[in-house]
Design a binder for this molecule. Structure first.
Ligand SMILES: [Zn+2]
Ligand SMILES: [Zn+2]
Length: 267
């Protein structure tokens, strides 16, 4: 069984095809998925998915790229963390890729937003889902300054040095379909280095469909292609990758197990 640790099923292109997408997941032995929040406005949709299906969970947070949306306080994030099936804060982080003519100094609002999210994660005891693009130095610096110690660098595309620093901080590294791209040689070297007990797999669907579906609308049922590539890189069986990444998912997002153990207590 595989887990997709990062997908955007609330986006219209996936939400409108949910029955078919869930059928593909079942056929591909993808038994769980984490639905990622990118704005507070979107939160009711992702939370709705997580409460409607017993194999979906969700996060709460505002993606660094989103502007002109509600800017939550730490308390507003913490409040939503207390809801059932909310298992992480994010996706949050820094993205200096599209500065639209601004300087990095002018992106102070993004860094402030990131600090608020880290504060909420520490206060609620939930892990962080970190997005970082063209901003790894500041991302690592702020995580250190704010004392963040639990989370994942999602859709990892950074260097070996950044991966080593993230591991040192106690974070997991999540690989997406990019790992299967022929030109992703540097990322494949990162995947060879990251210990299996710190690896997660994801689709980041609807984006970044893995080979052999590259260029199409991605979906959680295609995460086994990422697992297969990771297995090939590490020279191990795909079943071992499936087992390890599922265990890592449970260890990091420990709240996914809570509903089950509550049921057991009732029994
Ligand atoms: Zn992201
Ligand atoms: Zn994402």
């Amino acid at each position: 069984m595989f887990v997709d640790s990062h997908c955007h099923l609330s986006f219209p292109e996936l939400r409108e095809r949910l029955p078919e997408i869930r059928a593909t997941m079942a056929q591909a032995a993808v038994d769980r998925a984490l639905c990622i929040c990118t704005t507070i406005e979107e939160f009711p949709l992702v939370h709705g998915l997580a409460t409607a299906y017993d194999n979906f969970w969700c996060t709460v947070g505002v993606h660094p790229d989103n502007e002109g949306v509600h800017e939550p306080t730490a308390d507003e994030l913490i409040e939503r963390c207390a809801l059932p099936r909310v298992v992480a804060i994010g996706e949050t982080g820094l993205d200096y890729y599209r500065l639209n003519g601004r300087s990095v100094a002018e992106m102070a609002w993004q860094r402030e937003r990131f600090r608020v999210h880290i504060h909420a994660a520490r206060a609620s005891g939930l892990p962080l889902v970190v997005h970082t693009r063209s901003a790894s130095d500041d991302t690592l610096r702020i995580l250190r300054e704010e004392g963040a110690a639990r989370g994942v660098f999602h859709c990892f595309t950074e260097t070996l040095a950044v991966a080593a620093a993230a591991l040192e901080l106690g974070f997991y590294i999540s690989f997406s379909g990019i790992l299967t791209f022929r030109n992703a040689v540097e990322l494949q070297a990162v995947a060879a280095m990251v210990p299996l007990d710190r690896c997660l797999i994801e689709t980041d669907s609807p984006y970044l469909a893995p080979v052999p579906h590259r260029g199409r609308t991605n979906q959680p049922g295609w995460v086994p292609h990422v697992a297969a590539k990771l297995a090939q890189i590490k020279g191990i069986d795909v079943a071992e990758v499936a087992r390890a990444t599922s265990e890592n998912f449970e260890a990091l997002f420990s709240a996914v197990g809570q509903a089950a153990s509550d049921d057991e207590r009732v029994l």
